[in-house]
Design a protein around this ligand. Sequence first.
Ligand SMILES: NC(=O)c1ccc[n+]([C@@H]2O[C@H](COP(=O)([O-])OP(=O)(O)OC[C@H]3O[C@@H](n4cnc5c(N)ncnc54)[C@H](OP(=O)(O)O)[C@@H]3O)[C@@H](O)[C@H]2O)c1
Length: 296
Amino acid sequence: MSKISILVTGAVGQIGMELAAVAPQFPDFDFVFADSQQLNISSHDDIQRMFASRKFDYCINAAAYTAVDKAQTERKKTALANMIGPYLLACACKENQTRLIQLSTDYVYHNGLNRPLLEDDPVEPKSAYAFSKCAGDEAVLRFHSEGAMVVRTSWVFSSFGHNFVKTMLRLGRERPELRVVFDQIGTPTYARHLARALLTAIASAESGAVNRDLLRGVYHFSNEGVASWYDFALAVFEMSSLPCAVLPIETKDYPTPAQRPPYSVLNKTKWKTAFGQAIPHWREGLRECLEILDRS
Ligand SMILES: NC(=O)c1ccc[n+]([C@@H]2O[C@H](COP(=O)([O-])OP(=O)(O)OC[C@H]3O[C@@H](n4cnc5c(N)ncnc54)[C@H](OP(=O)(O)O)[C@@H]3O)[C@@H](O)[C@H]2O)c1
């Protein structure tokens, strides 16, 4: 039986790298990992070339412009990576009968709701980044309606790339105390858990354990649990035994160019029900990530 071929874009980002890290656990899959040099998703020519080179059963789009604050001014780069790129990928995937998994963000739900968010809750992007991701999601769902899945996740961390955990570890070694906002509530997501969950969902669909049609529409995936950035920072210092004090502050005392939603906990019932997966708590992911960082 031939292997399931999977194209991963944005291969050296956090999620791209974690997909590569868990790939050996999926021997029935044949991966092509493409970084932005090998495949610029906002280049029609790059995409045509990639899809002409071989047949892909799946494309996981882990490429994006993710600098949330810089996106406020880097509008062109943001639009190219987060809106045009997903649109072009969706068109190529449709033409080539490739299923597309588009990664997206909790920041699209800046809607004032104060309970775990559902996939059909109203999106209300309030930053350039969130707006661009929202438009990218809509493009893939509209132009590849039969074969695209949007997976919205939140507060991603990993031993790879840049993220909150690594920033806290760096600052915590340099300073005796840090001020961190306590009035933005969400759920941290260990990118390795997300990567494994995505590939397990594909494996379930390919083995017939779940219906392939479930790989369609909007889903949420984060770790279990809820935290403020303050709680998350505290956990980083507790688990890594760093003697850095954390002081809770309000968002208004830490102004940033881009507004973040005050509450963006994702409800994951749809994912867990569709794919029969249990999801670990974020503290479990954090512990694993810190162990990997400690060994490196
Ligand atoms: N990070 C988070 O906290 C978070 C939270 C919620 C959702 N998400 C979503 O999760 C996905 C992956 O995020 P991540 O944290 O893994 O991001 P990341 O670490 O910033 O990686 C993104 C990758 O995309 C690449 N890229 C940017 N523009 C590209 C283009 N035009 N063509 C091809 N590659 C391009 C970047 O490469 P270069 O550096 O070479 O440009 C980078 O390697 C994104 O859809 C993001 O919106 C992330």
